[in-house]
Write a protein that binds this ligand. Structure first.
Ligand code: HEM
Length: 181
């Protein structure tokens, strides 16, 4: 994934836990931090190694690290030069979720090697929808849960998320039932 993702993980650890914890995460992960250039594609293995090392150093399950990162990403992108892109994706949570693919298509004009996820909304009501999440990658469902929580905060609604299906043997992709009020 693009270096931008790894830069955001570093910012999250710096701001919540401090420089010393980050240094330890880098040491354990064996990752070369100088490769973190926002606009350069990095091997996905780097991001997974950072999440694994953060889980070890911070003594948190990897699922918690991914959720915290997802929540942080919605704040980070808004202040890291993508505020206008975030603003134009929608004024309400459901509108924004419907526009996620358009958002990543716009991101792809700046990041030509982007391999973005794909989202679609089904069974939409005034207060709920089923979010279908498709990705070439594995193991990022908790990231999506964190992202949804962050988007709930962005739109000032309280969000409940129930995972209905997980990508694996039974299903080709993951599905989340999202309710807000
Ligand atoms: C302007 C805001 C955003 C930017 C600039 C952005 C950019 C990116 C980038 C660079 C990647 C890495 C993919 C790659 O390098 O191949 C990515 C992945 C991802 N993005 Fe976004 N994104 C934004 C907003 C969002 C939001 C609001 C969501 C909410 C659901 C989201 C969901 C994801 C997920 C789940 C991934 C992980 C990759 C995967 O599932 O395969 N993104 N995004």
């Amino acid at each position: 994934m693009y270096g931008l993702i790894n830069v955001a993980i570093r910012d999250l650890v710096h701001s919540r836990f401090g420089e010393a914890q980050w240094e330890e995460i880098i040491a354990i992960s064996g990752v070369d931090e100088s490769a973190f250039i926002r606009m350069s594609p990095n091997d996905d293995a780097i991001t997974y190694a950072l999440v694994g090392a953060a889980s070890e150093v911070l003594n948190l399950p990897a699922s918690d690290v991914l959720q915290a990162f997802g929540e942080y990403w919605t704040e980070f992108t808004a202040v890291a030069g993508y505020g206008e892109m975030m603003d134009s994706a929608g004024e309400t949570l459901p509108e924004f979720l419907e526009n996620l693919d358009i958002l990543h298509t716009r991101v792809g004009t700046m990041y030509p090697d982007l391999r973005p996820p794909s989202f679609s909304c089904e069974n939409v009501t005034d207060c709920s929808l089923d979010l279908h999440y498709r990705s070439v990658r594995e193991g990022l469902d908790d990231l999506v849960i964190g992202l949804l929580r962050g988007l709930g905060k962005r739109f000032g609604v309280s969000v409940e998320i129930e995972q209905m299906a997980a990508k694996g043997r039974e299903s080709h992709h993951s599905v989340f039932h999202v309710q807000w009020r």
